[in-house]
Design a binder for this molecule. Structure first.
Ligand code: NAG
Ligand code: NAG
Ligand code: NAG
Ligand code: NAG
Ligand code: NAG
Length: 331
């Protein structure tokens, strides 16, 4: 009996932590849907700044938009990092709940002390915060514009700190945090936390992949693929069980932003991405489980099963607690 329950407990514990070595899953609610969208947009901007500017910035016709990216070159995509996502979410939450807007915590705890509490593998850190935007794309535009007196400032201006952080070649990983509180001054709070280090040893040529909402009912699926030696042959979106080949939107088979439009909207539908490389290896993103077309909080951005089961996490935790109690009882 004792051995049986001990085995059960270690299996369940192993199962709960197994995701941490994989890439692209959600662990304990990190990252959320909004945070995934910000992450894929970040890599889109870093890998193809000129193309992003032409497609998403210039049509907004704001003064100074044409001066953006006159100096900053395209650079490598960033990897997702859980500890950075946690510190970023914690800060967005702090600002939303305690209603402040600053880099230090609302109780004035120093920003870098907050980083040290969560993350220990970076030599250089940076943080961008924005508030009040109701979409990740809106928040990204505000960061890239770095507006002063109503006009976007040029690259290299004293006021271009957000854009400089986003394009910095010193960073290797990022976490984006988002928190909403309708009773706070700006309601939507975004934090991007960057690090020169990579805490988790998880490599995938698909650095990030998700979707952005073109309008309330129109998703555009986006995948960022990068490997200078191993090109992809094709990248697919498998949406609701049906496979769709994605198009190279920017770049080439070694370094690309791929997109898929015109997939019929279905709330909470499961999907994942799959790259077939020239060596015939298949890379799945996320490694395990399914992403979700989650336009509101009643559907999480990732689930272990294709058939969404909001209660499955709770069931697992309850089983774990019961088996722990039982194993203590039997020791
Ligand atoms: C951009 O805005 C300016 C002034 O606000 C306007 O004169 C111009 O026609 C606009 N251009 C486009 C392409 O919309
Ligand atoms: C490209 O992919 C190969 C095989 O997965 C991997 O060993 C290599 O480190 C990757 N190279 C780069 C530059 O990411
Ligand atoms: C979320 O969106 C779905 C589909 O539009 C809708 O049926 C559901 O009521 C929404 N839930 C919340 C909490 O807004
Ligand atoms: C969802 O959870 C319930 C309750 O634990 C379980 O009975 C059911 O089999 C689960 N369904 C799926 C599809 O995982
Ligand atoms: C901590 C940090 O890197 N903050 C930067 C975020 O962006 C602003 C731009 O307004 C810079 O001034 C900060 O240094």
């Amino acid at each position: 009996m004792k051995i049986l329950y001990s085995l059960l407990v270690s299996f369940l514990i192993f199962n709960q932590f197994a995701h941490i070595d994989a890439y692209g899953e959600t662990v304990n609610g990190y990252p959320s849907s909004n945070e995934r969208e910000t992450f894929v947009l970040l890599n889109m901007v870093r890998m193809f700044p000129q193309e992003f500017k032409k497609e998403y910035l210039l049509p907004q016709n704001r003064t100074g938009m044409d001066l953006i990216f006159s100096k900053y070159d395209a650079t490598t995509p960033l990897r997702h990092d859980f500890s950075l996502t946690k510190v970023a979410r914690a800060h967005s939450r702090d600002m939303a709940v305690n209603n402040c807007f600053q880099h230090n915590s609302c109780n004035n705890e120093n920003i870098w002390d907050r980083f040290k509490e969560y993350e220990a593998c970076g030599g250089a850190w940076g943080e961008n915060i924005s508030a009040g935007n109701n979409s990740p794309l809106g928040s990204m535009t505000a960061f890239l514009c770095d507006s002063k007196n109503g006009a976007c400032v040029p690259d290299g201006d004293d006021n271009d700190g957000h854009r400089r952080n986003i394009m910095s070649k010193s960073y290797a990983s990022v976490g984006s945090g988002y928190f909403y509180n309708q009773d706070s001054t700006y309601r939507h709070y975004y934090t991007q936390d960057f690090s020169s280090g990579v805490c988790e040893d998880t490599y995938s040529p698909i650095y990030s992949a998700f979707y952005t909402m073109v309008d309330a009912k129109t998703p555009r699926f986006i995948a960022a693929y990068s490997n200078s030696t191993v090109a992809f042959q094709s990248v697919s979106l498998v949406f609701n069980g049906a496979s769709h080949t994605m198009d190279i939107h920017y770049g080439n088979n070694n370094n690309a932003i791929l997109t898929k439009d015109n997939v019929e909207f279905e709330f909470c539908a499961p999907f994942y991405f799959e790259a077939l490389d020239v060596n015939k290896n298949i890379v799945r993103y996320p490694d395990e489980g399914f992403l979700r077309l989650a336009t509101n909080s009643s559907c999480e951005s990732w689930s272990e099963n294709e058939i969404y089961n909001a209660s499955s996490k709770l069931t697992l935790s309850v089983t774990l607690i019961i088996s722990l109690i039982l194993s203590i009882f039997f020791i």
